[in-house]
Design a protein around this ligand. Sequence first.
Ligand SMILES: *[C@@H]1O[C@H](CO)[C@@H](O)[C@H](O)[C@H]1NC(C)=O
Ligand SMILES: *[C@@H]1O[C@H](CO)[C@@H](O)[C@H](O)[C@H]1NC(C)=O
Ligand SMILES: *[C@@H]1O[C@H](CO)[C@@H](O)[C@H](O)[C@H]1NC(C)=O
Ligand SMILES: *[C@@H]1O[C@H](CO)[C@@H](O)[C@H](O)[C@H]1NC(C)=O
Ligand SMILES: *[C@@H]1O[C@H](CO)[C@@H](O)[C@H](O)[C@H]1NC(C)=O
Ligand SMILES: *[C@@H]1O[C@H](CO)[C@@H](O)[C@H](O)[C@H]1NC(C)=O
Ligand SMILES: *[C@@H]1O[C@H](CO)[C@@H](O)[C@H](O)[C@H]1NC(C)=O
Ligand SMILES: *[C@@H]1O[C@H](CO)[C@@H](O)[C@H](O)[C@H]1NC(C)=O
Length: 484
Amino acid sequence: MGCCCCFSSWSLLCQTLFLLNLAAYHLAHASSDEYISAIGHPGMKSPDVRVGLEAWNFCNEVGMEAPNMGSPRLADCADLCCPLIIDSLGRTTKCEVHHKVNESDNSLGTGDKFPVTRFKPYTDPDLFAVEKEQYLASLCENGNFDKNTTLCPENGKNISKIITKRNFPCFSEGCMNQPLVYHNYTRLVSLGDQIESLTGGFYGTYDLDADLSKGVGNKSYFSVTWQKNLSTGSWIFSQRLTTSSKYPWLMLYLRADATEGFNGGYHYSGRGIKRKLLESPNFKVKVTLDVKQGGGPNNPCDGDVLTNVTRYSEMIINPATTSRCHADNLVSCPPYHVSRTGEKIYRNETSQFPYSAYHLYCSPGNANYLEEPYDICDPYSNPQAQELVQILPHPEWAVHGYPEKQGDGWVGDSRTWVLDVGALSSRLYFYQDLGTEPARRVWSSINVGTEIYVSSTGMTAEWSVSDFDILVPEDVASSGVSFD
Ligand SMILES: *[C@@H]1O[C@H](CO)[C@@H](O)[C@H](O)[C@H]1NC(C)=O
Ligand SMILES: *[C@@H]1O[C@H](CO)[C@@H](O)[C@H](O)[C@H]1NC(C)=O
Ligand SMILES: *[C@@H]1O[C@H](CO)[C@@H](O)[C@H](O)[C@H]1NC(C)=O
Ligand SMILES: *[C@@H]1O[C@H](CO)[C@@H](O)[C@H](O)[C@H]1NC(C)=O
Ligand SMILES: *[C@@H]1O[C@H](CO)[C@@H](O)[C@H](O)[C@H]1NC(C)=O
Ligand SMILES: *[C@@H]1O[C@H](CO)[C@@H](O)[C@H](O)[C@H]1NC(C)=O
Ligand SMILES: *[C@@H]1O[C@H](CO)[C@@H](O)[C@H](O)[C@H]1NC(C)=O
Ligand SMILES: *[C@@H]1O[C@H](CO)[C@@H](O)[C@H](O)[C@H]1NC(C)=O
């Protein structure tokens, strides 16, 4: 599902509006109760900034760059340096911000030569963006991640085109250009006496004729700002996303990727902050999500996983979202539900199937043995076929720390969630061809963010994310699945 703008951070991460995401199950397990962080900056507490921005089009590629904007991969990586100075006035510190990525790095566009020759100046905008992402990541590296320490799945095979009958909004030829992106480079701020920290942001619009210096008006808009919560030490990532008549379907996520290998939804290696492979059922995600504005009724969010099918498991917390899966519309339900006790309940068992726990299930377009009835959603949205499980707040999922009822965690109900994403994601149905070994469920990206899906008028979503962490059991971390 394409469109827009994503903030991946090499050291922090993520958020979204309504939704959390992902994963798998398996009760029992966990011989140890001790969990340790799997990311470079646990809990978003580093004083330094590591943020990457990427924008993509409908099929998760670049296609064409926006005029004078370079390739839509940018980074803001800044260290706060406060050396101790001992002089006649005593001991003081004088803080400075040290940038690792400058404007000429951020403005690199298709065909430009990189300052480091191992990165190739491709003339294809899609290939160039991959090189630029890796070049920027190489500037940001500082020990928060070691790109040699993570294993990730191998690239999948090519899939043949699927013809869709669905209509997607498009104002004219092209219809999904890259955005204009502006950058408030990280700078020092003093809050209170002596306490210095960093703040910065990215913002922009998809409407190429917009002049944001005159205000947003009825144009599309996105922004992310980072600042410290001085009482907890966590970063607060504040986001806003507004759709417009030309751009009615936009997404904005904060994302944590693996340090090497695929990111969810992509067919090339990115550079992220997760030092370990996340495999169901053994991981949890902690995040504080404060939803300020909902973005209208058409608003889900996701996290994702990748094999040859890009698999998304998404929890939608927008209470305006209804269940498309119900007893007289089995096409939108997974073939079966796995109960908390491990029992399979088929979707045609109408007195027992928890229809209201599901928004939508979409089968992968390259499956060989789909069970009727089935629906294949949005076949062009990813470089690979897509399988989507969108769930809703429900007691079935609340046992894993997820919201129990609609409205939980919504506007005015900011919460810190500890989601047993590993356990949840192993309980979900995902398609496999008959007779194949159950696939390992390894999740390469975790997103928190929002998608505003085809709004007839401009809609705005606004939210902040802090305290983000990914936790893995210590015994898993110290066994063969660990990479450090
Ligand atoms: C920006 O940084 C790159 C690499 O870090 C360096 O090669 C380049 O000279 C710098 N450009 C400017 C204008 O400082
Ligand atoms: C990571 O691997 C590359 C290629 O194998 C190697 O050149 C580089 O030195 C390694 N880096 C570290 C920090 O081990
Ligand atoms: C997939 O298709 C692209 C474009 O046709 C081609 O460049 C690439 O080599 C193919 N990849 C595989 C794994 O076959
Ligand atoms: C960028 O900086 C300007 C001027 O300080 C400020 O008004 C604006 O809110 C900032 N935007 C973001 C997204 O940080
Ligand atoms: C957007 O605002 C401009 C200026 O206020 C107005 O002329 C135009 O009709 C508006 N467009 C839409 C689609 O509302
Ligand atoms: C900082 O964190 C505290 C404790 O979680 C919270 O109460 C407060 O609202 C946060 N401040 C901001 C500006 O988010
Ligand atoms: C991708 O598909 C190929 C061919 O079916 C298979 O050999 C390979 O194991 C798959 N890769 C993943 C990561 O599932
Ligand atoms: C319900 O679905 C299962 C699995 O598809 C099938 O075996 C069974 O016959 C169906 N039962 C009814 C009553 O249709």
